[in-house]
Write a protein that binds this ligand. Structure first.
Ligand code: FES
Length: 380
């Protein structure tokens, strides 16, 4: 035991990064008010094709096996097919995480030819008008529907993702029916988590507990219907953190399996960590091996020596790792605090207040992710 009564710190050395998220660009034709990313780069330029190839090579050398191409909208990068081909050659399992905007029948084919394994398309809603309202732009919905059909016809698994919040949660049945009509193989109903633009828009996005429970029941009814029909479609409904009593083991633990590289080459342990007051290294000047194993940013919240009370002596600290560092920072201004979602946290009252706020009949107006609002992007 240490002098403060806790057991010895966990000093297990980290394993390799298994998952690489390549955020190719912040450019996106949509303006979703729950996006985690800033609108534009603050300095520097996007990594070049060769720089990305080098990142993919280094990460694969470290042991990364899963690769997600995301953004912004990764289809805005004209070299996407070249990067997919490079990833294929290196032996990655590749996933394109896209809004579907910029996708065409021809591009689906060129991506398939380059060796892409998997395409995930995000939808805002099951109705054109509601989708336009949430994406901050019209015309996207019909195109997404069309591209989802093209992706399925090309032989890719049909993976659909819908961010769930107070503006669409009551239509979850329509959303699920749309996914079944598109012959989806896997549907992720991703409850909005309050980072980035969603943190700024929490009063406009957070549903009530009653809405969340009703959505869970509807999802379960659809699971039964799918089973009765003998169809193979998996539904995942992620309950919003703010309605949990224990925090999630965010990213499977800080610097444990996930490695994100942003458009300008900054390496992060999660896609939201850029908001933290931590200096993270850049792949332009530091080898990935040093970034992963030796950099201060990646080591900052590994193990449990950094944990203050109540996490420090909590039996569950090796299951949830104290929760999400980005959420702790966004809510308390101290990234080392227990995630306030935890009922043992001294800051849990902030979560209770947010739940009470969600009961307000009128949602606050949404602030869209665009250049006019860029300076409002949450910085803590
Ligand atoms: Fe960054 Fe949870 S999103 S640690």
């Amino acid at each position: 035991m240490t002098s403060n009564g806790s057991s010895c710190a966990d000093v297990t050395p980290p394993g390799p990064p298994l998952w690489l998220l390549a955020e190719l660009t912040y450019k996106c034709p949509l303006q979703c008010p729950y996006c985690a990313n800033p609108v534009q780069l603050e300095g520097g330029a996007e990594l070049s094709t060769d720089q990305w190839r080098d990142v993919l090579r280094q990460a694969r050398g470290l042991g990364a096996a899963q690769l997600g191409f995301s953004g912004g909208e990764p289809l805005t990068r004209p070299d996407l097919e070249q990067l997919v081909a490079c990833a294929r050659e290196l032996g990655y399992y590749t996933n394109l995480i896209t809004s579907g905007m910029g996708l065409t029948e021809r591009r689906v084919q060129t991506l398939a030819d380059a060796g892409l394994d998997h395409i995930q398309i995000s939808f805002q809603d099951a109705e054109a008008a509601a989708s336009a309202y949430l994406a901050g732009t019209g015309k996207a919905f019909e195109h997404k529907l069309e591209m989802a059909r093209v992706v399925k016809a090309a032989g890719f698994p049909m993976v659909l993702n819908v961010v769930i919040h107070r503006h669409n949660i009551d239509r979850i049945g329509d959303i699920l029916q749309m996914c079944l009509d598109l012959d989806a193989d896997y549907v992720e109903l991703a409850s909005c988590q309050y980072y980035g633009w969603a943190q700024l828009n929490r009063q406009g996005l957070m549903p009530t507990l009653e809405q969340v429970r009703a959505a869970e029941r509807t999802t379960e009814a659809f699971r039964q219907k799918i089973a009765e029909q003998g169809r193979k479609c998996r539904l995942l409904f992620v309950v919003p953190d703010y309605y949990e009593e224990r925090p999630k083991p965010c990213m499977g633990g800080w610097g444990s399996i996930f490695l994100t590289v942003t458009p300008d080459g900054t390496a992060l342990p999660c896609h939201s960590a850029r908001e933290l007051p931590i200096s993270f290294p850049n792949v332009r000047d530091t080898p990935l091996r040093d970034i992963w194993y030796r950099s201060g940013g990646f080591n900052q919240f590994r193990g449990d020596d950094w944990m203050p009370a109540p996490c420090r002596s909590c039996d569950e600290r090796h299951q949830d790792f104290g929760g999400c560092r980005c959420q702790a920072w966004a809510l308390t201004g101290d990234a080392a605090q227990a995630d306030p979602v935890c009922s043992k946290s001294p800051h849990h009252d902030l979560i209770l207040a947010a739940r009470a706020e969600a009961l307000q009949p009128e949602a606050a107006p949404l602030v869209y992710r665009n250049v006019h609002n860029a300076k409002l992007f949450y910085r803590g």
